[in-house]
Design a protein around this ligand. Sequence first.
Ligand code: SAH
Length: 236
Amino acid sequence: MYRFIISLLVSAVITTCGLPVNAVEDTFLKLRREMVQKQIRLRGIKDERVLSAIIKVERHKFVLENMQQFAYEDYPLPIGENQTISQPYIVALMTELLQLDGTEKVLEIGTGSGYQTAILCELAKEVYSIELLEPLAKRAEKLLKSLKYKNVSIRAGDGYLGWPDQFPFDAIIITCAPSRIPEPLIDQLAEGGRLVVPVGKWFQELQLLQKKNGKIITLDILPVSFVPMKGIIESK
Ligand code: SAH
């Protein structure tokens, strides 16, 4: 009931002309804090840097305008082009698994709305992000620029081959699901690096891969549901 009233309040605030922008932003900030407490912290995410980044980044700016009132709910949302922005908890979990301390060079496959990209920009030194669908890549690039992120490069194209003139990467995050992990991405992971990916065709498992002494150690984290990785991978 409480959540419903808050939702109504947010839509009222969004649609009412003449209200100061600050009032809208304060309402969203309250929702973000509540989201982090109830959906993320209570489910076991502990990395304070990750939690602060999620409180800071204005998720409602990354979803479609008519979805803004649901931006802080506990589920994925459409972002256009038949793609979705992940549930906030999954974004937090994948980010925590990357173990970022601010010094890293990160590669992201599947820019989508640019929300996860913004979180990475808050937590790493440099972020390289590849999005297959050009309209999404362009929209995310424009939005991140307007939000003054300077440590990000976005490219439209197939992420299968990674970013050959920028590797090695300390962390790689794949936010679409390949049937198996693209070999070039494993090659582009630095020694000691972490790669987080939902793997599988029909059913997917979120996996954490770590490169130690040139060998890959794989850890299953939990079952998930992501949009499929398209492009080159489909012919493999
Ligand atoms: N992390 C995003 C959500 C991504 S949804 C966010 O925060 O909004 C997954 C995205 O992966 C989609 O935008 C889809 O177009 C993209 N994608 C699918 N196959 C891809 C490929 N081969 N290379 C790069 N991006 C791909």
